[in-house]
Write a protein that binds this ligand. Sequence first.
Ligand code: ADP
Ligand code: MG
Length: 718
Amino acid sequence: MSTNPARRDAIKAIASQPALKGTFDFRSEKIDLIYGQNVFSLEKIEKRLPKDVFKSLKSSIETGTKLDSAVADTVAAAIKDWALERGASHYAHVFYPLTGLTAEKHDTFFEPHGTGTLAQFSGKALIQAEPDASSFPNGGLRSTFEARGYTAWDVTSPAFILDGVNGSTLCIPTAFVSWKGEALDKKTPLLRSMHAVNKAAQRVLAHFGKKSSFISASCGPEQEYFLIDSRLFHLRPDLYTCGRSLFGAKPAKGQEFEDQYFGTIPDRVLACMMETERECFKLGIPIKTRHNEVAPAQYEVAPIYESANVAHDHQMLTMTLLKRVAAQHGFVCLLAEKPFAGVNGSGKHVNWSIGGSGVGNLLEPGTDPHANAQFLAFCTAVIRAVDKHQGLLRASVASAGNDHRLGANEAPPAIISIYLGDMLNDVIEQVKKSGAASSSKKGGTMHIGVDTLPVLPKDAGDRNRTSPFAFTGNKFEFRAVGSAFSVAGPLTVLNTILADSLCEMDNELTAAKKKQSDFNKALESVLKDILTKHGRIIFNGNGYSEEWHKEAAKRGLKNLRTTPDALPELVAKSTVEVFERQGVLSKAELESREEIYTHSYVLSVNTESKLVHDIGRTMLLPAALKFAAELTPVSQSKSGGKLRKDVLALADKLADALDELDDLRAVTKSNTHAQAHHACDKVLPAMLKARGFADALEDIVSDEHWPLPSYQEMLFLR
Ligand code: ADP
Ligand code: MG
C-alpha cells in the first residue's frame, strides 16, 4: 500500500468498502416492465390523442417534417398530462451545441394561479424555446446583437423523462438554430443529412423498380470507457480537469497479460453496469452488450442499432448515464480517448447502414442475383464517397483527445481506407475487371444481376481492428471515432457523402441506360468505372504496418496525422460543394464549425499544458526536492549518495523542461490556425518532455512523497 498519506487514505477506503448491496434486482424487477417506461412512445401518444391529431403527428414523425402548429397545443397537453402523472415537475428542451455535449434549460410546469399554482405547457413551449444562447460557440454565425438562438422540437425523437435524485424532468429533444435558421448544433445537420440520403437512395432504387416510404440511416454505436475509483481520481488534478492523465510512470503490470478482454467483470463494476443499463432501459435505449475491454479498467457497452437520429440522442444519453451512475457507485467514468499512456485508448465504433420499409437493409448482400446487383450498387456508392471525401471523414473524428489514439498501433491509423474482407474484395475486383468478365481467383466470374453473391462471412468485429472503416456483413463500421465524440458529426458526413455519391450514380445509370438497354450491363459499366477510379481506398491488410503507410502515400491517400492538419478539410472546396449540393450545411455553417473546433483544440492543449506546468511545479518538483533533502544525511553512503544525485539531476531537468514549456505556452500567434499548429508542433512535445522527467522521478522518489496515485493503483484497485 502507498505510504503517501492522501493515497494511503484513498486505498484504505477502497479496501475496506462494505460489501455490495444492490438497490434493485433484475430477477424480481422484470426488464420488460420498466423498458421504455420513461418514454412518451407512439403507443402512449396514440392512447391520449384524438385520431386526426395522432395521424398528423405520426406522419411528421415518420417523414421528419414539421409538426402542424394547429395540433401542437393538443399534443403538448397530452405530453404534459403524461409527464405529471409520472411525477415530473419540470420540462427542458435538450439540445446538442457544437461543444459536443448535451445542453438543457429547465422550466417548471407550475405557475402561480389564484392562491395556488397551475401546470402549464403550451404547444408553443413544446415546439420552440429560446434559450439565452449567446454563450454557446457559434464561430461567427451570430453577432451579439442577434444572439438569439432557438430550439425546435425534433418530432422524430421521442420526449422522455429523466429521473434525478430529487425529482424528474420531461426532456424534449430539439434542434438548435440561429435567428436566421443557421445550424448552431449537431442535430440540425444530422436531420438534414437523413433527408438527403433518403432522397438520393430513392433515386437509385428507382432504377431497380423499387421505392420505400423513407430510407433511413441506422447507427449502432459501441462505446468504450474506463471506470476508475473516485477516491483516486480526486487526487489527480489532471484527471478531474481534463479527463486524461498527463503524468504517470509505466506500471509493473499493464495490459500485456491479455487477461482483461472479455474477462470476468468485477462485481463492483457489474453492479454499476447493470444500474446504468436499467436507467437506459427506462428510457427505451436498447442496450444489448457489455464486456471488459483490452485495457485494465476498460469496458464497453453497445445498444442494438436504431435510426441514426434516435441512436444519436440515445448515445448522448448513454454517456450522461454512464457518468451519473458511476458517480453513485463511487466510480468515475472516463470517456476521454486516451486517459492512460501505454494501455489502449477508447473508441466509439459507429456501425452504419441505410435501409427502409419494403426494401430492407440496402447493405445486405442478399441471396439472389437481383439483390446482388442492388447491394453492389450501394456498396460501390459508399466506396466512392469514402474515397472522394477521405479528408472530410478524417476531420469528422479530429480532436485533441483522439489524436493521442489514432495511429497509435491500437486504433486505426489516421489514413482513411476501407476494409472489405477477402470475399467481398474478390467480388469487387471481379466487377472492376469485368464488363467483359474474364478470369477470377475463385474459378468463375461474377456477373452483376445474373449470378448470386458468394455468402459473405461476417467479420467478427475485431478481426481487422486496424482498419478505420470496415464492411462487417451488412453494415460499415467507422472505427476511427473517438470515445468522447458525439456520433452526429461522423454520421452527418457519412450520410451526406453517400447521398452525393448516389445522386451521381443515378445520373450515371440514366446515361448508361441510353447507351445500353440491358440494365445489368449498364450497371456493370457504371460500377466498373467507379471502382476503377476509387478502388484505391480499399485496403485489406494490416493498417498498422509501415508498408501500408508507404503504399497509401503511393496511392495518393491522405495521411492527416493531427487535428490541425485535418480540420481544414471541413472547409475544403470539395467539402463545401458536397454539403451545399446536398443542402446539409452552408459554407458559412462549415466555416463556423471549423473555427469552433480549431479553437476548441487550442483551448484543450492550453488547459493541459497549464496543468502540466502547475502539477509539475507545485506537486512533483517539491516532492522530489523534499525527498532529496531527506537523503542529505545519508548522502555519504553509496546508495544514498547516488539516489540523491539522480533525483536532483532529474529534478533540474524537469524544472528546465517546465520553464521551456512556460515559454512556449506564452507564444501567441496571429490567428487560431497558427495557434493550433503551435500547440500541436511545439507545446505538446514540450509537455511530453516534461512528463518524461517527471515519470522518471516517480520511479525513484520515495512512494511516501509521491502525491499522484500511480497507474497501478488507478487501473487495478476497485
Ligand atoms: P461486433 O462489432 O462486436 O462484432 P456487431 O457487429 O454484431 O458486434 O454489432 C455491433 C453494433 O452494430 C451493434 O450496436 C449492432 O446493433 C450494430 N448493427 C448491427 N447491424 C447493423 C446495421 N445493419 N446497421 C447499423 N448498425 C448495426
Ligand atoms: Mg463492431
